[in-house]
Ligand binder design. Sequence first.
Ligand code: PNS
Length: 170
Amino acid sequence: MAAVAKSRVAIYPGSFDPITNGHLDLIRRAAPQFEELVVAVLRHDTKDADFPLPERLEMIRKSVDGLANVRVASFDGLLVDFARQQNASLIVRGIRAVSDYEYELQMALMNRKLAPGVETVFMLPGEAYGYLSSRLVKEVCQHGGEIDDFVPPHVAEALRARRDRKVGTG
Ligand code: PNS
């Protein structure tokens, strides 16, 4: 069978507040499919994100260290504008369950309307990560639960430090 030509640059966007093993699994699956995968972190106001942007970027960079064709960047404004700036014609999104699909479908169709030629591809994370989300990991940590299976060790440390700071300030 003839080799399939690889698309050049793909964007993997998200809040990554913080990155989880589910995100990482998807990055590891997606990266070999493209010449370059840009992990694009939505800047967000500090009030909207639990971890400030520099911390989220650092946590991702540490997690993807060693993946040669993965670049980490931040963006503000419309995702499709960022995709165009990066010369990317593909957006990668992970779908964990049917419940993700409706929201993802809306976003993908809106993005395609805004930028014809920028397509979204959906990928499935490993089965082991189907229940993982940044929000749930933060909640589990906040209530003293074990999080080491869900995030890389340096992220677990940051989550526990954040929890302890919160406890400290009452
Ligand atoms: O990890 P998340 O929070 O589900 O990621 C959502 C994200 C960042 C991909 C989405 O909110 C986004 O693309 N925001 C940028 C603004 C934008 O382009 N909005 C229109 C999308 S239809």
